[in-house]
Design a protein around this ligand. Sequence first.
Ligand SMILES: [Ca+2]
Length: 253
Amino acid sequence: MCLLFPALQALAEGYEVYAVVDASGGRLYVDGILTASQPWTGPAGAPSTTQELQVGHYPGAFGGAEYFQGAGDEVHIYNRALSAEEVLKLYNAAKPSTVENVVWINVVNATTTDNSLKKTSGCDGCQDAGAASQQQITSGDGYMEFAASETTALRYAGLSNGNTGTSAAEIKFAVRLQSGFAEVRESGLYKADTSFVTGDVFRIAVESGVVKYYKNGTLFYTSTVAPVYPLLVDSSILSLNGTVTNAVIFRSP
Ligand SMILES: [Ca+2]
């Protein structure tokens, strides 16, 4: 297992790690995803052994000096090799119901800084920039939230089902921001509006199967369109330098 250490060592704080060993070798799962694997060198190790079980320490080579540099807690031991599906199930069951930073993927004509997104290329005024969240709300309640930095730029952000491109109309439940006005746009259709200033926080939530729009915690529109799971965060930025700032996603367990 020592060769899986580098993958483990590279992690920051707050991960669920599963190490599985069976006749095919060792596998390391991080947050339910297979992150590294290593076959046996030569024949597989014996299925049972009287050797001490070491956690975070490889006692074999290098004078027994190979230790995991970090901290771990909530250690569990299983007396059989878990399947990938079982690991994912355990991770999902143990997953804390906390707010997570959006991990932006499929980034087009934009750059990300942590969980913020900014249009940095493409055509000013065109629907040619955006990104979606890696995370999805697969069932139940959840929300996405982001802050409005600038007041002028034209951009959309919200919850959607799938991410086929960077158009605004493909976003099923969006807030459209421009010139101090925030409009609710569902698949591009205008539904309602409110004003906004720099720093206002918008939340698009699914609550008991109903999509609701909040500004700074105050409800300003309740949708009549039923959401389809899985939901993800989607965005479309038209103005150059337009932003979607500090996007987060919450998924109830
Ligand atoms: Ca999209």
